[in-house]
Ligand binder design. Structure first.
Ligand code: SF4
Length: 312
């Protein structure tokens, strides 16, 4: 089975060629409630390991076929940092990738391992998941293998964010009734307050989950976004099924909404009715609303706030 897939066009990361480091079966140190793969007991080590030579040979031929890529995304049916030859693999990818960026999508569990920590420092972009900051909730939602501790993970994410010179993204996935209560948001806020990252993507379930759990509506995600520290670069990831009833917003309400939390065009399409979108456009034309770009995503906010917003 080929370990290379794509390219796929991702709004967040651009044209992406994927490498699946566990192509034939799920091998993960979590067994998340919301996983789109079938449930499988969480394990600490890969037992089905693809040789580095095979991956590099497949990648070389894919790069010849698809020369116009933005990113090579290292992922897995499971957790890619469990791949035992990751450090060597990244060095060899660096040797052939040219200007293409490297990205890894990790659940963060192994980041407290110094070898993994140092390996991930070599990448151009890293996306780390953090679904909960309270130990009981972490265990409930991510169902980690024995011995994985959320306190150590949070500590490692913060340390990593201060060492890493590439683009760092944090992703939080919300599950209804599991990690969406006020005390959960407060704990996540505290965990992320000193993390230096380019974006914090918050989203919900968008594919059939491994266990019978439900996602949130766009409106609920939006309400959660408002409960985070306004200095954090929160971005709501729009999901196809996430529904919201577009509402009517006056000029002042539009400005106040954007003042609390910069929004993307997708967010506004979900929130604002047609008349409000016309008012939004007028405010843009008058220069009262401006936009900033954060790692391929355009956010709108009151023009006066642009200088105030934190960037990495
Ligand atoms: S970390 Fe990813 S692959 Fe592993 S169980 Fe969770 S969602 Fe599935």
């Amino acid at each position: 089975m080929s370990v290379i897939f794509g390219p796929v066009c991702s709004r967040r990361f651009g044209a992406s060629l994927g490498i699946d480091l566990s192509a034939s079966l799920k091998q993960c140190n979590f067994d998340c409630l919301y996983c789109e793969l079938t449930p499988a007991k969480a394990i600490r080590h890969q037992h089905d390991v693809t040789p580095v030579d095979t991956i590099v040979a497949d990648l070389r031929s894919a790069l010849r076929e698809h020369p116009s890529l933005d990113v090579i995304t290292i992922t897995a049916n499971g957790e890619p940092t469990m791949y035992p030859h990751l450090d060597e693999l990244i060095d060899r990818i660096d040797g052939i990738k040219g200007e293409i960026q490297t990205l890894i999508l990790s659940n963060s569990a192994n980041l407290s391992d110094e070898n993994v920590f140092n390996t991930l420092l070599k990448l151009d972009q890293v996306k780390l998941s953090l679904d909960a900051a309270r130990p009981a909730t972490f265990k409930k939602i991510d169902r980690p293998a024995e011995g994985i501790d959320i306190g150590r993970i949070i500590d490692a994410i913060e340390r990593f964010s201060h060492r890493f010179s590439g683009k760092l993204f944090i992703e939080i996935l919300f599950v209804k009734g599991v990690n969406d209560a006020s005390e959960e948001i407060e704990a996540l806020n505290n965990a992320l307050r000193n993390v230096r990252c380019d974006r914090i993507d918050i989203g919900t379930i968008d594919r059939p989950p491994a266990y019978p759990v439900e996602g949130l509506s766009f409106g609920e995600l939006h309400a959660i976004a408002h409960r985070f520290d306004p200095a954090l670069p929160i971005h709501i990831v729009s999901r196809t099924h996430a529904s919201a009833q577009p509402g009517s917003y006056s000029d002042e309400e539009i400005l106040t909404t954007l003042d609390k939390r910069p929004l993307t065009q997708d967010d506004m399409n979900a929130l604002f009715d047609d008349a409000s979108q016309t008012r939004f456009q007028k405010l843009c034309n008058e220069g009262r609303i401006g936009k900033i770009e954060r790692s391929n995503v355009i956010f709108y906010l009151p023009a006066k706030n642009i200088e105030r917003k934190r960037s990495k």
